[in-house]
Design a protein around this ligand. Sequence first.
Ligand code: HEM
Length: 489
Amino acid sequence: MSTLTTSAGAPVPDDNNSISVGPRGPLTFDNHYLFEKLAHFNRERIPERVVHARGTGAYGTFTLTKSLSDRTIASFLQQIGDKTEVFVRFSTVGGGQDSSDFARDPRGFAIKFYTREGNFDLVGNNTPVFFLNDPIKFPDFIHSQKKDPQTNLPNPANAYEFWANHPQSLHQMTILMSDRGIPASYRHMHGFSSHTLSFWNDKGERVWVKWHIKSNQGIKTVTADEAAKLPTHGTQQDLVEAIARGEFPSWTVKVQIMTEAEARTYKINPFDLTKVWPHSDYPLIEIGQLELNRNVDSYFAETEQSAFAPSNLVPGIGASPDKMLQARLLAYQDAHRYRVGVNANQLPVNAARCPVHHYQRDGAMAAGCPVTGHGASANSLHQIPNFYPNDRAGVSPAPAARYAQPALPVLEDAWIGYHDQSDEDYYSQPGALFRLMDAEQKQQLFNNIAAGLSQANASIQERILAQFHRADPAYAAGVKAALEAIAKA
Ligand code: HEM
């Protein structure tokens, strides 16, 4: 049996009794082990994620089944059969760390691919669209969906007040309120990049890409009534236990591809996050299999400190002009500096599996980097200056121009300024989705909406009903009837 030690490694003689002045007397100041224990305990928490606070993570493998070498130089998308280690974190969005896994809420589906040329993070959701297409609305939107700041209670009236003023949310709101709104488990839901990203190849050609991660377990959902009876930790337990018993969940990875030329004239703005690209125009192309096969050893060290960033892109994969995505390129690294620290990427769960060479030095918790064996490694600190350029070619890292992505032309007569997007068509796609639902699914949609909307005032109800009407008159009529049924009850 090993000897218990302080955090500095000194043996501890007694861990049940503090040092005191006689059995009934006060404690003495040489209780430094007690002080260390209490002080460390006080600091066990780091700030929870401002959104997606409640989550579950696991490791796995991405296996390529179709080479994309004609489309991208991304190292992990070249050879059929190539396997890339991944870490995936699933989450709900609005609730705090101890909220229910079964909230009616989108689910985060974040994948970190540890590729040979750095980490590629696909930080997506279980829905192909989002509530917004301008990031300036994100804090307002999240405030309206989280607990009321005064009562600290859920307040559906706030949520609907936001939606009444933002028809761009209608598509995602319709998905959320549908029978797909509460996944029964993380294994039984799809994932999406939602955003348009890009691929670029060695000929300098770029295409626009949407990622779809399709559950091989199928889709399973629960109703609001069923959800209310389920344990709050249900989806965490489901995933951990499935992996522990060797029943590894898997997903088929597909992409939609649009050329730059097509994007210029396509009827839908391909960079509007509130809209999908119909599969009839852009069919899904299968490219690989994602499997989760290893639970974390430490929930805190790995899942809680995992740091996903849409700015983690690798050569051959780029961002797009999607305004939301562009803001996310900044927001996540900023969140990590606050939540985990400036050296978050040195932690094993976040560290690249390939060598890391740069001129960033020091900062809180700089490992330098015995933890990962990467980063500002001991030998580089000895040999390499902490500035660039320098005269020590051969030992010091230098940028490589071949990794520059193709320049993106500005094609329109583009004026810098505020561009109002409020007269976009935010109704056709939710209307089409509504018409795909069978009678029972429609009724669930009406009831789910009415449950919350009935708590909002008449003006909010009217404006939301007008949105539904523009999507499909039967949508508005169904919700209206469900509201009337609640009012009569
Ligand atoms: C302008 C829009 C957005 C902003 C400013 C934003 C901001 C954030 C922030 C600050 C976090 C916490 C990060 C951390 O502490 O590690 C987060 C987490 C997350 N966001 Fe967003 N977000 C936006 C839109 C989206 C969209 C559109 C999606 C999905 C398509 C998304 C998916 C996620 C996921 C999955 C996480 C959790 C990642 C994890 O598991 O650690 N977000 N977001």
